[in-house]
Ligand binder design. Structure first.
Ligand code: PMP
Length: 317
């Protein structure tokens, strides 16, 4: 997907021109993958732009940095404020917001601690992640990856770090090479972990299952949102290890993620999930989720942070 430039990028507390947001090839991150980042959506509500779970995303960025012994030079709330300013300043919404902190140009060698921490924030327009129509439509065809998910005590899965996405890239490229939209990785013990960029949910006999943190999943903000909605709908939730074969006998399977939102899965390894049609539980969770982020239902969980903008038309998705 081509990147659409905006006017400004936020860098260490200042706005700079899009084309000036460059870095030196000897920056630590280029060689050793030393970045932590976030992906956040700003939705276009009838009332104007609103950022989805801004504080929770920035808290995860702070947590990711802490795991890597990185002191961010901004507090969580300052970063939330900067994100609001960025969307307002560029006047581009709906959009995807990408805050990233990394080790910059300092010393050569693995030790990151003498390299400066650089923080950037970018926003740009971005549509549906897993292809047109995947969100509320028919669902996507996926496979189990031959690649195992990053294992405990190798790369920490609770940190959203750039380096983790080398594993995700292997999963994604293999899936695409074999004609699937996405791959699901099993963890080091062979239990279901997650997609290359999404958490996974399985429905069987009216019960909603998802893997706990112990199965090397990212603590997804959308995952948490779906769990909150499900709890309120009185759905029984089970967070425990999921064997691979559960996916083949499930009534419904779906992905969650900032980019993927709630994307139904139509088949796993060419075995049709349930009837192959959007299932009732996925549908009711989607109805609540999309109702809230489109401003059609009340924001009863206080998930949306409005961005004060001058009266301007949103740009197309
Ligand atoms: N797992 C991985 C590996 C991801 O990259 C993402 C996307 N950030 C998710 C899960 C879903 O997390 P979230 O709902 O916070 O976007």
């Amino acid at each position: 997907m081509a990147i659409e430039k905006t006017e400004k990028i936020w860098h260490n507390g200042k706005f700079i021109a899009w084309d000036d947001a460059t870095l030196h090839v000897m920056s630590h991150v280029v060689h050793y993958g030393s970045s932590v980042f976030e992906g956040i959506r700003c939705y276009a509500l009838p009332s104007g732009p609103a950022i989805f779970r801004a504080t929770e995303h920035m808290q995860r960025l702070v947590d990711s940095a802490r795991i890597y012994r990185t002191d961010l030079p901004f507090t969580r709330d300052e970063l939330v404020g900067a994100m609001i300013d960025l969307v307002r300043q560029n006047g581009v919404w709906p959009c995807y917001i990408r805050p990233i902190a990394f080790r910059g140009y300092g010393e050569a060698g693995v030790n990151p601690l003498n390299c400066p921490v650089e923080v950037f924030m970018i926003n740009f327009s971005w549509g549906k992640y897993l292809g047109h129509g995947s969100g509320e439509g028919e669902g996507v065809d996926v496979c189990i990856s031959s690649w195992t998910r990053i294992a405990p005590n190798t790369l920490p899965a609770m940190a959203k770090a750039g380096a983790n996405y080398m594993n995700s890239q292997l999963i994604k490229m293999e899936a695409m090479a074999n004609g699937y939209s996405e791959g699901i990785a099993l963890d080091v013990n062979g239990y279901v972990s997650e997609g290359s960029g999404e958490n996974l949910f399985v429905v069987r006999n009216g019960v909603l299952h998802t893997a706990p943190m112990g199965n090397s999943v990212l603590p997804g903000i959308t995952r948490d949102s779906v769990l909150q909605i499900a709890r309120d709908l009185g759905i029984k939730i089970v967070e425990q290890q999921i064997p691979r074969e559960s996916l083949y006998i499930a009534d419904e399977v779906f992905f969650t993620g900032t980019a993927a939102e709630i994307t139904p899965i139509r088949s796993v390894d060419k075995i049709t999930v349930g009837t192959g049609k959007l299932g009732p539980m996925t549908k009711s969770l989607q109805a609540e989720f999309f109702g809230i982020v489109r401003g059609e239902k009340p924001d009863r969980y206080h998930w949306l942070t409005p961005v004060p903008v001058a009266a301007r038309q949103p740009v197309g998705v």
